[in-house]
Design a protein around this ligand. Structure first.
Ligand code: HAM
Length: 420
């Protein structure tokens, strides 16, 4: 233990658990890479205004949870609380939308920061893999993204997740609903803060977790009844495409997301083994975001899946990922001369693409064999002075326990052959 600890609400990823995180990122991104999504990376911080305008001045994320700072040069920056605004900003800046190839399909993976009250599954530093399809209004694109997330989770072996689906309407019908909802909410018995919320973001009131609030919301006007014909038709098409693809979902009229940029399709992936932080991923359409940050009209859709919560979901379901052993061969030298010779063999193996490791530090046979076992290596190479005098090394198959003497000059080739 050093004098320091990881900051509150954060944790370190260390082996062996860290391997699961890498595998999860890989599994989530694989279907995207196979579906025309290109990799994008943006800075960990942005101009604070980007998130204020993009994510929304009335959201908890912007008002309470952003890590903001003023640089020595006087710039107001924020550690990114999410990826969508940054990715869209970057795509616009690079003029990706002007290449005549819409939608611009992008995927990303990285760290995000929210100053939230830490609890199981909720951290101040967390990681997401996300996807954004920019510049096209097509229900098949919304469906594609949901299907790819479903495919990623199934490939990981997750089963106890559900997909919640809703439509939030567009700039035609949502304002009408918003007003009707406000009129209804203003008559309720609510605290000051919630009253303020009615005026700036009434849909968020529907999301209030308190039972006494929920009780009063039973007769609240339903967005479904206010959707315009175009939004209704769009939503029906998304639903039909998901059904045709065999992806099960639940219609959830109460699904309002914590970010302001959503229009039409919104969805969340929830896992039933996670307690209160059950959302493992979420996303939706954000047709107006580009204009909100000063760009042209570019209807878009995307999602982000939380890597931390996906790992917790795997653990909750008891899914053990089939992680390939990182080391195939472990070399154990006994003595100075053997150290030099086997280190050379290990280098040769690595150059031939075989994962190999070495007992460093001149430890005895027992300790070194323990490390060999722990490494998960399929084979060990052991050599002492007598072996070297005979020009051989001992090759041990760690599964069968069988040990054979192999000519030193052929050791690498023999291992390459055995490992296929
Ligand atoms: P979000 O729902 O805020 O959406 O976050 C997506 C996922 O990130 C959550 O479902 C959760 O798994 C994970 N996450 C969020 N906050 C935390 C936290 N404090 N600790 C651990 N995990 C967390 C977005 O971020 C949108 N940008 C998604 C999107 C992309 N919409 C359109 N395109």
């Amino acid at each position: 233990m050093s004098t320091f600890q990881a900051p509150k609400g954060t944790y370190d990823l260390t082996p062996p658990r860290s391997a699961t995180f890498l595998a999860v990122r890989e599994a989530i991104s694989a279907p995207l890479r196979d579906s025309g999504y290109g990799y994008i990376e943006t800075p960990g911080f942005e101009n604070v205004e980007l998130f204020a305008r993009g994510v929304g001045e009335s959201t908890d994320i912007v008002t309470k949870e952003m890590y903001t700072l003023t640089t020595k040069g006087g710039d107001q920056l924020a550690l990114r609380p999410e990826g969508t605004a940054s990715v869209l900003r970057a795509a616009l800046e690079a003029n990706l939308h002007k290449a005549g190839n819409l939608p611009v399909k992008l995927w990303y993976s990285g760290s995000y920061y929210r100053y939230e009250r830490p609890q199981a599954g909720r951290y101040r530093h967390f990681s997401q893999v996300g996807a954004e399809a920019i510049g096209t209004e097509d229900p098949a694109l919304d469906a594609e993204l949901i299907i790819l997330a479903d495919q990623a989770y199934r490939a990981l072996g997750l089963r106890q997740f559900r997909i919640l689906l809703n439509s939030l309407g567009d700039k035609e019908c949502r304002p009408v609903y918003r007003e009707a909802l406000q009129t209804f909410l203003r008559d309720l018995d609510l605290d000051e803060e919630t009253r303020r919320r009615i005026e700036i973001n009434p849909l968020r009131v529907l999301d209030d977790k308190r039972a006494d609030v929920q009780k009063q919301l039973t007769d609240a006007p339903k967005l479904r009844d206010y959707l315009c014909d175009a939004c209704k038709a769009y939503h029906e098409e998304v639903r039909a495409l998901l059904t045709a693809a065999g992806v099960a979902f639940e219609d959830d009229e109460k699904l309002v997301r914590g970010l302001d940029y959503y229009t039409r399709t919104t969805f969340e992936f929830v896992h039933d083994g996670l307690g209160s932080q059950s959302a493992v991923g979420g996303g939706g359409r954000y047709d107006g975001l580009s204009e909100m940050i000063g760009g042209p009209e570019l209807p878009s859709v995307g999602w982000a899946l939380g890597v931390d919560r996906t790992v917790l979901a795997l653990e909750a379901e008891g899914v053990e990922l089939d992680l390939p052993a990182t080391t195939s061969v472990y070399a154990v030298p006994l003595g100075e001369e053997a150290r030099r010779v086997l280190f050379g063999v290990v280098t040769e193996l690595r150059r031939a693409g075989i994962a190999a490791d070495f007992a460093f530090g001149g430890r005895g046979l027992k300790g070194a064999m323990k490390s060999a076992n722990r490494s998960g290596a399929r084979y060990t190479l052991v050599a002492g002075e007598r072996d070297l005098a005979e020009g051989v090394v001992q090759l041990k198959d760690m599964e069968s326990g069988e040990q054979t003497a192999v000519p030193l000059t052929e050791a690498a080739a023999e291992l390459a052959k055995r490992l296929g």
